[in-house]
Design a protein around this ligand. Structure first.
Ligand code: ATP
Length: 385
């Protein structure tokens, strides 16, 4: 492992973590949002947002456009002041009613979506930019060490325009991480990369932030990216935290229909609760906590439905399962998506199966619904317990 990661700082900032401009080892820091509000005019970009990110944890922020993800990074970095609430790094208030600490004193690194490299500076100068407090030669040595870590040392004295998108991403990452920030903030760091490159860059980035032990918050629009990168995922909507947990928790036990929709393709069917359960064409499903007679939404994951041609028993036993007829079949590469008219359902069901032998349009089929892949929500989409 590169020794630039482990050199001790000769001075720490007031947060107890190295100053951004100093070359020090990263000390894992706890990052706390305590009821943070950020208002622009009438709009609450952040609406009483609270969260504690553990030292060294990698959290992915997921949510629709405009839900406040970038604003959260900006108030953490000190580019914006929160309107209310507090932000703490290692128990020290960096933003709040009592204090506003300057960005350079927070030990926070920020990486933007567009990489924001300076075109008029060489690559090594770009990387050394955050090390201004070091003597020039020391800053260059540090910058070269991390350039070597990301495999781009040979481009040190060239200018950014000659680099590919992936190389620019590596340089932006190197620049953000070379001062060894205790907290690393990344705003959609992979969105500018093509799909082939994205996977490799995600893995490289994760490896680098694990090495530095920086507590990290990564903004993304993509649930799969969040599941892949985050120790924990935070789902936001309209400036609020909707749900946080491990990827499995959010997938298996989404607190809201909105969260369920993020993590899998689902069929949503209106239903009515009858004595704590919902009677469906495929059997009875428990609906705990919902009032008798209340309307509810029955959600069936598209991948939670087994599909076989009707004459075949497909291993399910003879002639079992719901009868249906394929109305449409779309080949999607690694899956086939069927639209199936199903006995007992007023609306067709969408079904995704692993791509294999495709069942043709108009074919009769039998469907088997896995009860584990069924979720029930109240009609407002928000679970109360
Ligand atoms: P995206 O995923 O599209 O980047 P986001 O979740 O990062 O969106 P923010 O950029 O944080 O959302 O914006 C949150 C809300 O605050 C939006 O409604 C946006 O229009 C508003 N907003 C953000 N910055 C400003 C500003 N400087 N002035 C006025 N409104 C702003």
């Amino acid at each position: 492992m590169a020794n630039w990661l482990f050199r001790k700082s000769d001075s720490a900032s007031v947060t107890g973590v190295p100053r951004r401009a100093r070359a020090g080892a990263t000390f894992a820091a706890e990052l706390t949002f305590d009821n943070v509000v950020k208002t622009y005019g009438e709009r609450n970009a952040l609406d009483h947002f609270s969260l504690v990110v553990a030292p060294g944890e990698v959290v992915c922020l997921l949510g629709p456009s405009g839900c406040g993800k970038t604003t959260l990074l900006r108030v953490t970095a000190g580019i914006e002041r929160p309107t209310g609430g507090r932000i703490l790094i290692n128990d020290l208030e960096v933003a709040g009613s009592q204090r506003f600490m300057q960005p350079e004193d927070r030990g926070v690194g920020l990486m933007f979506q567009d990489f924001a490299l300076f075109p008029h500076l060489t690559i090594v100068e770009n990387v050394a930019f955050g090390l201004k407090a070091l003597p020039r030669e020391d800053a260059r040595r540090e910058a070269l060490a991390i350039l070597s870590r990301v495999g781009l040392e040979r481009y040190a004295d060239q200018y950014p325009h000659i680099l590919s998108g992936g190389q620019q991403q590596r340089i932006a990452l190197a620049r953000a991480i070379v001062p060894r920030p205790a907290v690393m903030l990344m705003d959609e760091p992979f969105s500018g990369l093509d799909v082939q490159l994205r996977d490799a860059m995600q893995q490289e980035t994760l490896a680098l932030i694990r090495e530095t032990r920086a507590t990290s918050v990564i903004v993304t629009h993509h649930p799969e990216e969040a599941m892949r990168l985050g120790d924990r995922i935070v789902v936001m909507r309209a400036g609020k935290l909707v749900q946080t947990g491990r990827a499995e928790d959010l997938y298996q036990r989404p607190a809201e229909l909105f969260v369920a929709r993020l993590f899998s393709e689902i069929n949503e069917i209106e239903a009515r609760v009858d004595a704590g359960r919902i009677v469906t064409p495929f059997g009875v499903v428990a609906a705990p906590g919902l009032d008798n007679g209340a309307s509810a939404i029955l959600c069936i994951r598209e991948r939670g439905v087994g599909l076989v041609s009707a004459p075949s028993n497909g291993g399910y036993g003879s002639a079992t399962g719901l009868m249906g007829r394929v109305r449409d079949a779309k080949f999607l590469g690694d899956a086939v998506r069927y639209e199936v008219g199903v006995q007992g359902f007023d609306q067709p069901l969408n079904v995704r199966t692993a791509a294999g032998l495709q069942i043709g349009k108009g074919s009769e089929v039998r469907l088997h619904i896995d009860p584990e892949q069924v979720l029930i929500f109240p009609s407002n989409g928000v679970k109360t317990s």
